[in-house]
Design a protein around this ligand. Structure first.
Ligand code: FMN
Length: 139
């Protein structure tokens, strides 16, 4: 089995949950004002083989949030995702934005969110996104 076949086996193994999920929440970092290559590559693998691509993404409600130690809260990478999500036929929820900057001071050593302001924003984001997913009724 070569490397490509191993990767395809993995993708097939994780495909079923992707089909079943009613919505998809992307939580993106930002590299050089763009999408981190590894994250983009993972999504690219989910679009293979091409005939299965629409089953995973078409019509799927997608939320997009991110956190960074930097200043602009992953705004640039979130905008860089939009053309990708569009060509995949997803429905991006645009009811709220969640850009978390200065993340080093907002999570503890175990990665738990400790910032009350961001917690409130996250609760509002998830409430709105969940309602959007319900309205879309993909499944
Ligand atoms: C190559 C590289 C480029 C980065 N560029 C940005 C950037 O443009 N904007 C930003 O806010 N953070 C940037 N960062 C910080 C990442 O957002 C931060 O490292 C990330 O949240 C942690 O994920 P990681 O462990 O995968 O690096 C960059 C980090 C790396 C390694």
């Amino acid at each position: 089995m070569n490397a490509t076949m191993i990767i395809f086996s993995f993708i097939r193994a994780v495909h079923p949950p992707c089909y079943r999920n009613a919505g998809l929440l992307l939580i993106t970092p930002e590299y050089n004002n763009g999408i981190p290559g590894v994250f983009k590559n993972a999504i690219d693998w989910f679009t293979q083989p091409p005939e299965e691509r629409m089953g995973v993404f078409a019509g799927k409600p997608v939320g997009l949030i991110g956190a960074t130690p930097g200043t602009f809260g992953t705004a640039f990478s979130q905008y860089a995702w939009l053309p990708v999500l569009r060509v995949l036929g997803t429905q991006v929820w645009s009811g709220r934005l969640l850009w978390v900057s200065g993340a080093m001071g907002k999570f503890d050593d175990q990665g738990n969110l400790t910032d009350d302001g961001v917690k409130r924003q996250l609760v509002k984001y998830m409430a709105g996104f969940t309602e959007f997913v319900r309205r879309m009724k993909v499944f």
